[in-house]
Design a protein around this ligand. Structure first.
Ligand code: SF4
Length: 379
C-alpha cells in the first residue's frame, strides 16, 4: 500500500477484524502507549470493532499530559518574569498549573508566544537581543531531536539570551515502570511508531523477553492499528513474546542514527517526574554540562515553588491505564476541554480529550463508546 486512503480501506479493516475475532479465545489487555494512537483508535471507532475480549488500555504517551505540575509552575514563573519572551507549543498554554495556565500569565502581561518549531524561538532570540527567550522543551523522543538542534544552533550563533526549560521523557523506561508495577494488567504493547522512527526498536527485545510481553511497533492509521492489535493477539494466543515491526514503511531496527547522534551530543539521561505517575528512574533527558548555559532552570531562580494537583483530577490513573476517562466523576461535568482540570483533557493527545471529543456517547455500564444503550456524554 502506498497511499493514505489505502490505510483506511473498510474492506481490509473488516478482514483484520475477522482475523482478530477468530483468533481470540480469552480476554486480553493491550496498551497503546501513544496518545496519538489513542486519538486515532477513538476517532476511528477501532475499539468498537474489536471483540469484547480485547481491551485497549490507554498509555502515558502524551507529552503534554505527563509534564509534571512543578515544571508547569516553573514555566509560569519564568513566563511572568520581566523581559522574558516565553515560547511554547500551543497545547501547553491551557494546561493547568497550581495557579492557572499560561493564558492567564499572558493575560497578566507575560509575553507568552506560540511557536511551531524550537528554531522559531532561536530566531526570536536573534531578533530580540535585549530580551531573554525561553523555549518550553517538552516531549518524547519524537520532539527531542528538534529541541536538541535548537540548542546546537543557539550555541553556534553565540546566543546568550536563549534557554530551554527541558522536560523530555522516554518511552522504554515508562513501559518498564508499567510492567514492573504490582497493579499492572497490560499483557501486550503497541509501541509508538514515531518514537521508534527516531530511536529504532533495538531497546525492546530485552523488555519483551524479561517481562514476557509481545511488543508490536505500530503506526497511526486505522489499518496500522488493527494490524498491530492482530499481531499482538496472535502472539498472546500463541504464548509468544517477541518484538514485531508492523510499521516498516517508517521504522527500522536501528532508527534514525543522525538524530540519535545529536540527542546523545546534547542530552544525558536523568530521573524524571511524570505527572500523575511519579519519578521514573532514567526516564528523561537533561542538557549535558557542555550545554548547561542553555538550561532555563539554571538561568532563572525557580526553586522553592509549592505545587498542588487538583484533588478531583484522576489523570494519573488514566495515564497508568487503570482508569478510563469517562470513569472519572468530573469527566464532562467539572472537567471539559473549555474548563479542564487536568492536562489529559487539554492536550491534542490526551485520553480524556479523545473520549470527550470523539466518544460523544459513552455507555457507563460497559465503558464502551457508542454501544447500544449508551447515555449522552454531558457537553
Ligand atoms: S476527566 Fe478531567 S478531571 Fe478527570 S482525569 Fe480527565 S482531566 Fe482529570
Amino acid at each position: 500500500m502506498k497511499y493514505l486512503t489505502e490505510f483506511r480501506d473498510g474492506e481490509l479493516a473488516r478482514k483484520l477484524v475477522a482475523e482478530i475475532r477468530s483468533a481470540v479465545t480469552r480476554s486480553w489487555a493491550i496498551m497503546e502507549v501513544c496518545g496519538g494512537q489513542t486519538h486515532s483508535i477513538i476517532r476511528n471507532g477501532i475499539d468498537q470493532l474489536l471483540p469484547p475480549e480485547v481491551e485497549l488500555v490507554h498509555g502515558p504517551g502524551c507529552p503534554v499530559c505527563v509534564t509534571p505540575v512543578e515544571l508547569i509552575d516553573k514555566a509560569h514563573a519564568i513566563a511572568a518574569a520581566p523581559g522574558v519572551i516565553f515560547c511554547s507549543f500551543g497545547d501547553m498554554l491551557r494546561v493547568p498549573g497550581t495557579a492557572g495556565d499560561l493564558f492567564q500569565v499572558k493575560g497578566r502581561g507575560g509575553d507568552v508566544r506560540v511557536v511551531y518549531s524550537p528554531l522559531d524561538a532561536v530566531k526570536l532570540a536573534r531578533e530580540n537581543p535585549t530580551r531573554e527567550v525561553v523555549f518550553f522543551g517538552i516531549g518524547f523522543e519524537t520532539t527531542a531531536p528538534a529541541n536538541a538542534m535548537a540548542v546546537v544552533q543557539a550555541q553556534r550563533l553565540g546566543l546568550s539570551n536563549f534557554s530551554v526549560l527541558v522536560s523530555h521523557v522516554l518511552v522504554p523506561p515508562a513501559i518498564e515502570a508499567i510492567l514492573g508495577s504490582p497493579a499492572n494488567r497490560v499483557q501486550a504493547f503497541l509501541a509508538a511508531g514515531h518514537v521508534c522512527c527516531v530511536m529504532g526498536y533495538h531497546q525492546y527485545p530485552a523488555l519483551a523477553e524479561r517481562f514476557r510481553v509481545p511488543i508490536v511497533v505500530t503506526g497511526f492509521e486505522p489499518l496500522d492499528l488493527l494490524d498491530g492489535i492482530r499481531r499482538a493477539v496472535l502472539q498472546l494466543e500463541a504464548g509468544t513474546a517477541t518484538v514485531e515491526n508492523a510499521y516498516p514503511r517508517v521504522v527500522t531496527f536501528e532508527g534514525n542514527r543522525p538524530a540519535q547522534a545529536v540527542l546523545a551530543d546534547v542530552f544525558e539521561e536523568t530521573d524524571r517526574a511524570w505527572r500523575g505517575i511519579g519519578v521514573i528512574p532514567r526516564s528523561g533527558w537533561r542538557l549535558r554540562a557542555a550545554y548547561r548555559a542553555f538550561d532555563a532552570e539554571a538561568r532563572f531562580d525557580v526553586s522553592g515553588i509549592r505545587s498542588v494537583e487538583p484533588a478531583a483530577c484522576r489523570s494519573g490513573e488514566v495515564l497508568r491505564g487503570t482508569l478510563k476517562p469517562h470513569q472519572c466523576a468530573a469527566f464532562g461535568k467539572e472537567c471539559t476541554p473549555r474548563a479542564p482540570l487536568g492536562a489529559t483533557m487539554v492536550s491534542s493527545e490526551g485520553a480524556c480529550a479523545a473520549y470527550y471529543n470523539y466518544g460523544r456517547l459513552v455507555d457507563l455500564g460497559t465503558g464502551r463508546i457508542g454501544s447500544a444503550g449508551a447515555v449522552a456524554c454531558p457537553a
